[in-house]
Design a protein around this ligand. Structure first.
Ligand code: ATP
Ligand code: MG
Ligand code: FE
Length: 360
């Protein structure tokens, strides 16, 4: 069962081919990615219309590259998967349109995939794949959730952010520090030179007794601190010029202190989820899962408690096509795909807003 997968929910065009034959964990045969980060950088964030147009430009050359890597013709593909949502409507429509058109031309089924299920299952492509059941910490640019995962398609939400996502907290703080977009990796890099105890930023909901998160207040706290360091008026606007008044050591200290605050909350809540479920396995997925401090602290805490922790490979933490093809493959192996071959439905079906809880 060869599955070609397309990811186009935001600012990465990803294409991949997996082999989901038999019952072994699906194997990646080819994988190509184009990130639009550079294109959007000038605007300080993703411009949806530009994103859609660029997906159109990239998707077919990337597909050719993936098939060349695998040494297979398009006709060898048995099913075509694409990200149905959540994401930007126009961007999703590109992946959906291309997937449906190709599937229709080949007479093969098309498989809509939930983007977060892709992230969630991405550690199955690592050298150390997890086993069910496990607790999952999904930390991406738009989501921060703790889940109990009992199998493919069996996801129970334990807690989630009530406002900003962890990735958003990294990105917004980075923006205030003049570190560009998306600022997570840049902030982590600057933090290496700083002191994590230089500034005491809030750890929201740390002792709330539930598994929810809140990161919106962190942005205000960082802004207040940056204004103080820049000798700006507390009631003044948040302009990109503020950070220019800071020296490199101050930026590094703020970066290290914010990162420490975000990571501490993520680690403590993950451990609380482990404790409340009684499970002994943790899976971390999504872009923030690439963060070195988060990995270091989770590894240390989990080792102490004899909890196994699994991550996606570093390059598969952020958006990619491999996780979409993989999720379709795992669904196929679990017998969860409808018999699309019997009556394939080729409609351009996207869901820009799509809670994982509504996934069957
Ligand atoms: P979603 O999956 O929720 O729709 P998304 O697809 O934009 O959102 P991802 O691609 O999973 O999110 O991750 C991108 C996020 O990960 C960004 O917020 C980025 O700053 C953050 N990120 C990536 N690498 C790191 C890192 N090393 N440290 C901290 N944050 C990081
Ligand atoms: Mg992205
Ligand atoms: Fe994502």
């Amino acid at each position: 069962m060869l599955i070609l997968g397309f990811e186009s929910s935001c600012d990465e065009t990803g294409v991949a081919l997996v082999d989901a034959s038999g019952s072994a964990v699906p194997r990646l045969l080819g994988h190509a990615l184009h990130s639009q980060i550079e294109m959007h950088q000038a605007y300080g964030g993703v411009v949806p219309e530009l994103a859609s147009r660029d997906h159109i430009r990239r998707v077919l050359p990337l597909t050719d590259a993936v098939l060349a890597q695998a040494g297979l013709p398009l006709s060898a593909v048995d099913a075509i998967a694409y990200t149905r949502g959540p994401g930007l409507a126009g961007a999703l429509l590109v992946g959906s349109g291309v997937a449906c058109a190709m599937a229709m031309a080949l007479g093969k089924p098309v498989v809509p995939v939930h983007h977060l299920e892709g992230h969630l299952l991405s550690p199955f492509l690592s050298a150390d794949p997890p086993e069910f059941p496990f607790v999952a910490l999904l930390v991406s640019g738009g989501h921060t959730q703790l889940m109990r995962v009992d199998g493919v398609g069996r996801y129970e939400l334990l807690g989630e952010t009530i406002d900003d996502a962890a990735g958003e907290a990294f990105d917004k703080s980075a923006k205030l520090l003049g570190l560009g977009y998306p600022g997570g990796p840049a902030l982590a890099k600057r933090a290496e030179q700083g002191s994590a105890t230089a500034y005491k930023f809030p750890r929201p909901l740390l002792h709330s007794g539930d598994l929810d998160f809140s990161f919106a207040g962190l942005k205000t706290a960082v802004l207040t601190q940056v204004k103080r360091l820049a000798h700006a008026r507390p009631e003044g606007p948040a302009t990109p010029q503020l950070a220019e008044a800071l020296d490199a050591a101050q930026i590094a200290d703020v970066a290290a202190s914010v990162q420490a605050a975000i990571v501490e909350v993520l680690v403590k809540k993950s451990l609380a989820a482990i404790e409340s479920t009684g499970l002994n396995r943790l899976v971390v997925a999504g872009g923030v899962g690439a963060n070195a401090l988060l990995r270091e602290q989770l590894n240390a805490a989990c080792q102490k408690r004899r909890v196994r922790v699994h991550y996606p490979e570093l390059h598969l933490c952020t958006d990619n096509g491999a996780m979409i093809a993989l999720a379709a493959g795992l669904r196929f192996q679990a017998g969860l795909l409808p018999d699309a071959a019997a009556a394939p439905a080729y409609h351009f079906d996207v869901r820009p807003r799509w809670p994982l809880s509504e996934l069957g």
